[in-house]
Every structure is written in structure tokens, then in C-alpha cells.
Ligand binder design. Structure first.
Ligand SMILES: [Zn+2]
Length: 337
């Protein structure tokens, strides 16, 4: 064989190899394409947006693998005054479903949510609770108190409606949603039982919860604590001073050992309470900061619904002279308890 003949034979062999490789590659790519297409058709998760973290926590627990949930408001955000950003509008526009607490919690977003409801599923989960179980709002006449997550038993009702929402959108996976909901509701029941157990140990005459914000009415109702709000009192006015005096008397008479404040309350009012009580020979501490309308940092225990309420109930029980484990219901609470 000449040199030329050899090289052409090699080339022929190369071409055949190349063609074979090409056929193989095209087959693999086609198969991969087909399989990813069918996987996408069967398993595209529902793209859900939630307003507050507590609602997102429920949607994500019940949706499981079938749902992707994003919360618009993170830790430290006040939902009463929050107004949607431009990127929130984009997210809600793209979402398959939107979950809100409702009951006018998201007061500044309500109009937009109602408008969106004409185009896509928007669920106000707090509004599925029977109205006989709700209290009136202290902020808006004619409306209900929206802080329903503060009562684990009330919240169970709201959470159950998330299950129906997902089943209506994705009936094929009904059983998964029901199983997830059952597990999540059982966890909330455990939380309710824990709260009842530890808050029962607070001495009878000290069962007063003095807080900054009117968010704790349902918690007080469930666990037999009198709730007194100190928001919006001005020490500059006669009425404000009288109210401070009345609160000091209450703290002294009821032997209340702690008040709970948030950053929204002026230091001055808190100091007036603590000093007023001290002048009457009664020591009052400033208790741990409670989570009212937002959960803790994401990726922490307090950044979950269970952790948030565990923190509140454990902090209240301990500060008011009751008995509760330092690290809470599951031993997961962070330092500072
Ligand atoms: Zn609130």
C-alpha cells in the first residue's frame, strides 16, 4: 500500500468513527432533552409568594417539594406599614399563587392583593378562621385583630386552609399535601401543649403581659394572661403621665416582674415604668424582646414559626416567675434565655 492509500484509509476510518460518535451524541442529547422535558412537565414546582414569614413557613411546610415559596417581608419588618417594592410587584406578577395573612394585616398592600386576586389565586389564610373565634382590632374600628399566629390553635385553622389551596391548584399531589399538613399541624399542637404547660406555672397574681404592641391578645386569651399595651403613651402629656402611674400601680399590685418591649417603644416610657415601680419598692426587669409580627433571622430556629412562638412563650414564662426550660420546647432556642 502506498503512503497515500494508507492515509486515505485512515481518513475513511476517522470519518466512520466521527459519524458514529455524532449519532451517539445526538441520541444522548435527544434522550436527555426528552427526559428533562417530561420531568419539567410532571414536576414543575408551584411558584408561590407569601407576604409575611409566618405564612411562608406554613406554605413551605405543606407544599414540600411541590412548591417554591418566597416571603416578601423578612425579619424586623412591620407588615402594618409595609408597602410593596417594585421587585415585590414583579415577583407577585410572576407567581402562580400568593399567600397573605389578610384580616388587614398587610394594610398597605391590600388594594394590590385584591386586584391580583382577579388574575390569579390569592389566598388570605387568616380570613378562613371562623369570625366567632376572632377579636376586634384595636387599631381599626370594624375590623378583626389580625395577629392570629400568636395563638397556635387559631393558627392551625389558617394553616389547614393552605392545604386546600395547594390541592385546588395541584390535585395530583393531594396526598402529599395532606401528609405534610398533618405533620405540621401536629408540630403546632405540640407547641400549644408546651405553651399551656409552661405558662400555667406563672403565679396567678403575676399573670400580666405588659408589651409594646397590641399583638398578643390571642396569646393572652389562650393562656390566661392579661395583656396590657404601652405603645403610644407620651410622657409629655398629663394623660400619658396618668397612664404611666396607673401601669406602675398595676406592676406593683400584681407583683409583675417584667415588661416586654420592642424597639418601637421609647426608652423613656420604659424607664418611667421601671423607675416608678422601683420608687415603690418593686423591681421590674425588661424582658427579652418578643417576636410580634415577624419571625427571627432566617436559617435560625427563631426564624421558623415554631421557634418564634417557642421563644415568646418560653421568655414570658421565665420572666414572669414560671418554670420553662432555658432552651425552650426542643432545646433549640439560642443564647440569652
Ligand atoms: Zn402587629
Amino acid at each position: 500500500m502506498s503512503l497515500k492509500g494508507l492515509s486515505s484509509a485512515v481518513r475513511k476510518l476517522d470519518v466512520m468513527r466521527f459519524v458514529k460518535a455524532l449519532i451517539f451524541a445526538v441520541t444522548v442529547m435527544t434522550l436527555a432533552g426528552l427526559s428533562s422535558l417530561s420531568a419539567a412537565q410532571a414536576k414543575a414546582p408551584i411558584n408561590a409568594v407569601a407576604t409575611v414569614g409566618m405564612v411562608a413557613d406554613a406554605a413551605s411546610a405543606i407544599g414540600g417539594d411541590h412548591v417554591k415559596v418566597e416571603a416578601l417581608m423578612g425579619t424586623g419588618i412591620d407588615p402594618h406599614s409595609y408597602r410593596q417594592t417594585r421587585s415585590d410587584v414583579v415577583k407577585m406578577g410572576r407567581a402562580d399563587a400568593i399567600f397573605a395573612n389578610g384580616l388587614f394585616l398587610e394594610a398597605q398592600m391590600e388594594d394590590l392583593l385584591l386586584k391580583l386576586q382577579k388574575r390569579k389565586p390569592v389566598f388570605f389564610i387568616g380570613e378562613t378562621i371562623e369570625s366567632e373565634k376572632l377579636e376586634g382590632s384595636t387599631a381599626y374600628t370594624g375590623r378583626y385583630d389580625p395577629h392570629v399566629w400568636m395563638s397556635p390553635s387559631l393558627w392551625q385553622g389558617a394553616v389547614a386552609s393552605v392545604t386546600d389551596a395547594f390541592i385546588s391548584m395541584d390535585p395530583e399531589n393531594e396526598q402529599d399535601y395532606r401528609d405534610n399538613a398533618k405533620a405540621y399541624l401536629a408540630e403546632i399542637q405540640e407547641l400549644a401543649d408546651y405553651g399551656a404547660k409552661i405558662l400555667k406555672t406563672v403565679p396567678k397574681d403575676r399573670r400580666v403581659l405588659v408589651t409594646a404592641h397590641d399583638a398578643f391578645t390571642y396569646l393572652g386569651r389562650d393562656f390566661d394572661l392579661d395583656v396590657v399595651g404601652i405603645q403610644g403613651i407620651s410622657t409629655n402629656s398629663e394623660a400619658g403621665l396618668q397612664r404611666i402611674e396607673m401601669l406602675v400601680d398595676l406592676l406593683v399590685d400584681r407583683k409583675v416582674t417584667a415588661v416586654f418591649v420592642e424597639s418601637s417603644v421609647s426608652e423613656r416610657n420604659v424607664r418611667a415604668l421601671v423607675e416608678g415601680a422601683a420608687a415603690k419598692g418593686h423591681a421590674v426587669d425588661v424582658g427579652a424582646e418578643l417576636f410580634s409580627d415577624a419571625m427571627g433571622q432566617s436559617n435560625t430556629y427563631e426564624g421558623t414559626y415554631i421557634g418564634m412562638i417557642d421563644h415568646n412563650m418560653t421568655s414570658i414564662a421565665r420572666a414572669l416567675g414560671g418554670e420553662a426550660p432555658l432552651r425552650g420546647m426542643q432545646g433549640k432556642l439560642g443564647a440569652g434565655h
